[in-house]
Design a protein around this ligand. Structure first.
Ligand code: MIC
Ligand code: SF4
Length: 643
């Protein structure tokens, strides 16, 4: 029986378990990446493990999220990460060098390797044929220390691509089409493996746009084969030696299949406030807009920005629109400067931002009140832009540029003649903003520089025999980690200061939540379906832990957040009967008698609503390893208990 590409890479990296659907396996991780908003915590955790030097083939620390330095906090964190990286064998990508996923694709990604990153869009590397996963900071710390990364074996969904994208239709529209069809839950428990004749028509940056936003489908990861197009991309990056051809066997057997005809796709937009709320641009055409933002790890490649420049060349941004552009990397920025495209962008009136996440994570450029903002990004969750009533639409670079000129939603196909932009035969390579780690001999003398913003992280205690606590908060479906632990310019600088961050926990849903937790000594959070979708930030588990949250009881969970809860030592429980969700009200007193024994011995778990006097069965969403971890009080305690 032929093998899928996913299976081939998994087999090569398997350290424990058996590759069988639904079982827990431990993988060897070849590469790791962190960014600064999750990196400080990941490196504090790595330090707590006491491993002197990373054991991976390549670990890179990027600075790209927290680059607005409105106080000392971000700059202090950058210094901490730079020094800790130098000491422990980690490469450091300096602020200004670009967005982690874009730079990693350009300079470090290698087909067939495993990569985990403390950022949910790490699957971008799948565009190069890597098996790349977003993970919590603690998982990344463990992988840096040579430990296994655990996943539950997902279904492999074959996505057969046929045809080729039409003029003015972009890879972004292809992934929006998948979101339209599958929704933000459609990828849960699945790895999307792209095959078929359409694959060869897509360049590596286009493939990376698609794997990047597979995260919004809830997918475990997404992967493309490594083919001649991959070879040409790596050769153009001066890295042909990193190339190996990789793909599924022709007779590979998949768990599920679907076909996407690239030639049938039209320009699309994800409407507020969910990436799967997709409509054709043609239906929105003519509606007035206020802002356009181009960039982010989804759409900031050289190809993307050259397409934008060719649309804007010789024209002026509409007077009622603010257009901002953030190139994805210093390489992209440099090449635009070298070939004159940057001058075209500037001349059109675009406001050029540094190479970083910027507005994507609410770091500036919040739209006006109720403003309509078209963004080439991957997330449009409510409030993420920094304007509570901002209306964010996710679109392709082509649609964004066309609309910036007209001031209304504009289908780029109405622009007329299409200028095909080819991927360059060689990129401008200059790695001078990537700092090598100290040698083993020098490492001892490197001092780790900590600022006053860095506070200790909370660690759970062992799971108690029984739990009695109030339903401290009840929320609905599709709660994102941006709801649980918001980001944005005001809060992000405190990612290494859990006590301060806790004041903002669940602020989007209920401003009183932190105060109520403090008053009640924590409690149990009741959630709907797909709880914790979105980012990989482990802060969405660590902050509730700090506030005394002992368990979450939801209809279903997003993968990374669920793992982060277990890592933090918080119980992730699921309703056996979804309708029981309606029976529990906020502030009901709940009890989980004999929970420790039930978790350890895999007994059925009964939850009692003491206020209303009924009992329901709940199911732990945990592998055997996670049961042991939660019983021990989280991954760090568990790891210590093993040694
Ligand atoms: C995001 O896009 O939400 C982030 C910011 O990149 C996060 C990581 C974080 O919260 O720091 C992600 O996607 O994991
Ligand atoms: Fe940065 Fe946005 Fe990408 Fe997250 S999604 S890594 S904030 S550019």
């Amino acid at each position: 029986m032929g093998k899928t590409l996913t299976r081939k890479i998994l087999e090569k990296h398997l350290k424990s378990g058996e590759i069988r659907l639904g079982t827990d396996i431990g993988l060897k991780i070849d590469q790791t990446l962190t960014q600064d908003a999750t990196g400080t915590m990941a490196y504090l955790e790595f330090e707590a493990m006491g491993v002197p030097r990373v054991k991976t083939e390549r670990s890179v620390a990027y600075i790209d999220h927290n680059t607005l330095q409105t106080g000392f906090e971000n700059a202090d964190d950058h210094r901490y990460i730079q020094s800790v990286a130098k000491k422990h064998g980690i490469w450091f990508s300096r602020p200004g060098n670009g967005i982690c996923h874009q730079v990693h694709l350009e300079r470090f990604g290698i087909p067939g390797k495993t990569l985990i990153g403390s950022d949910s869009h790490t699957p971008t590397g799948g565009g190069l044929g890597m098996l790349a996963f977003g993970a919590g900071g603690l998982d990344v710390a463990v992988a840096m220390g040579g430990g296994e990364y655990h996943i539950t074996v997902s279904k492999v969904l074959k996505v057969e691509l046929t045809g080729a994208l039409s003029p003015w239709v972009s890879a972004k529209d292809a992934i929006l089409e998948l979101l339209r069809r599958l929704s933000v839950k459609g990828g849960v428990g699945r790895i999307l493996e792209y095959t078929g004749p359409g694959v060869a028509t897509l360049t590596v940056p286009e493939r990376a746009t698609i794997t990047n936003m597979g995260t919004e489908l809830g997918a475990t990861t997404s992967v493309f084969p490594s083919d001649e197009v991959t070879r040409a991309f790596l050769a153009a990056q001066g890295r042909e030696a990193d190339w190996t051809p990789l793909g599924a066997d022709p007779d590979a057997v998949y768990d599920e299949e679907m076909t996407v005809d690239l030639s049938a796709i039209e320009p699309l937009a994800a409407c507020p406030h969910s990436p799967d709320n997709v409509r054709p641009i043609a239906e929105l055409a003519g509606n007035k807009i206020d802002q356009v933002c181009i960039g982010s790890c989804t759409n900031s490649s050289y190809l993307d920005l050259m397409r934008v420049a060719s649309i804007l060349k010789g024209k002026t941004v509409h007077p009622s629109v603010s257009l901002v552009i953030a190139p994805g990397s210093k390489q992209v920025y440099t090449m635009l400067a070298q070939n004159g495209a940057l001058a075209d962008l500037i001349a059109s009136g675009a406001r050029i931002l540094e190479c970083a996440c910027g507005p994507c994570i609410g770091m500036g450029q919040s739209p006006n009140s109720a403003g309509i903002s078209l963004r080439t990004f991957n997330r449009n969750f409510e409030g993420r832009s920094g304007t509570a009533d901002g209306q964010v639409y996710l679109v392709s670079p082509e649609t964004a540029a066309a609309s910036a000129l007209t001031g209304v939603f504009t289908d780029p196909r109405t622009l007329g003649a299409f200028e095909k932009i080819e991927i360059p035969a060689s990129f401008t390579v200059n790695d001078n903003m990537i700092v090598a780690p100290a040698s083993k001999e020098e490492a001892d003398s490197v001092e780790v520089l900590r600022g006053p913003n860095i506070k200790p992280f909370p660690v759970s205690g062992p799971l108690p025999e029984s739990i009695t606590a109030k339903a401290i908060l009840k929320v609905g479906d599709n709660i994102t980690t941006d709801h649980i632990m918001p980001a944005g310019a005001k809060i992000l600088p405190y990612r290494s200061n859990i006590p301060y961050l806790s004041n903002f926990c669940f602020g989007v849903c209920d401003k009183e939540f932190p105060a109520r937790c403090k008053q009640e000594g924590g409690g149990i959070v009741i959630g709907g379906a797909n709880y914790g979708q979105g980012s990989s930030r482990e802060h969405a588990a660590l902050v509730p832990l700090y506030l005394g949250v002992k368990a979450v009881l939801a209809k279903s969970y997003a993968r990374i957040h669920c793992a982060n809860l277990a890592n933090a030592g918080i119980l992730a429980l699921q309703f056996k009967n979804e309708s029981d969700y309606d029976r529990i009200d906020q502030m009901d007193v709940l009890s989980l008698p004999d929970i420790r024994r039930a978790i350890k011995e895999k007994l059925p778990i009964l939850l009692r609503d003491e206020t209303k006097g009924f009992e329901i069965e709940v199911i732990p969403v945990m592998t055997d390893r996670e049961r042991a971890m939660v019983a021990a009080g989280g991954l760090l305690n568990y790891t210590k208990s093993l040694s």
